[in-house]
Unconditional design. Structure first.
Length: 212
């Protein structure tokens, strides 16, 4: 009888322990039940977390005007390089342009942008139409660019490199025409020559009053 009682007692203790084990939550369940501290964060493939930081806005907008391949014959054979012509600007009167040469296209573009940002030029925008103050002709080599002010709503009547440079400089309404060579770099230089020869609005008004 005593042996039966002890066996019954042992069995009841085992049943109680098994019940307690079943009731206790597992470690994975405890983790799921805890509030997540990393909500709103995403993981990158490398395991790093992204905290939603925004990249700083660029000071100048960048455009690639032309990419050309050039070859030079040397003793060992032909040496190929790429030339990139680019324009930068903030559309508020500041602009720059440059060209650079490299073995790879991305390197040529990067070097061009770096050079353009080191040589920023200014142009005065006239009135609410953001146009130029008077007619002007810019020249460089065999290229010639004619620029004429236009009223609000006209837009940039230009094409190719001239349009890119005027747009990034902040000029919104203007007439233009290219004469002579259409080489992209020479056209940009001619357009730049015309913009730098512009007189200020006050000088134009004073000249008109004097002539009138």
């Amino acid at each position: 009888m005593e042996n039966n009682k002890e066996a019954t007692k042992v069995n009841s203790e085992k049943t109680t322990n098994e019940t307690e084990k079943n009731v206790e939550p597992s470690a994975s369940e405890e983790r799921r039940s805890q509030p997540s501290r990393n909500r709103g964060r995403t993981r990158r493939p490398g395991g790093r977390r992204r905290h939603g930081r925004r990249r700083p806005k660029k000071q100048y907008e960048e455009r690639v005007v032309n990419i050309n391949r050039v070859a030079k014959t040397v003793k060992g054979g032909r040496r190929i390089r790429f030339v990139a012509v680019v324009v930068v600007g903030n559309k508020k009167g500041s602009y720059g342009f440059a060209h650079a040469k490299a073995i790879e296209v991305p390197d040529a573009i990067r070097k061009s942008f770096e050079s353009a940002k080191k040589d920023i030029q200014q142009v005065e925008l006239t009135g609410s139409a953001d146009t130029i103050s008077h007619e002007v002709v810019g020249r460089f080599g065999a290229s010639k660019v004619f620029l004429k002010p236009a009223p609000e709503g006209t837009g940039i009547i230009a094409g190719g490199p001239v349009r890119v440079l005027l747009e990034l400089a902040g000029i919104r309404n203007v007439y233009s025409k290219i004469y002579g060579s259409r080489n992209p770099l020479n056209v940009l230089r001619a357009t730049h020559d015309g913009l730098q020869n512009l007189k200020s609005r006050k000088d134009v008004q004073a000249l008109r009053e004097y002539e009138g």
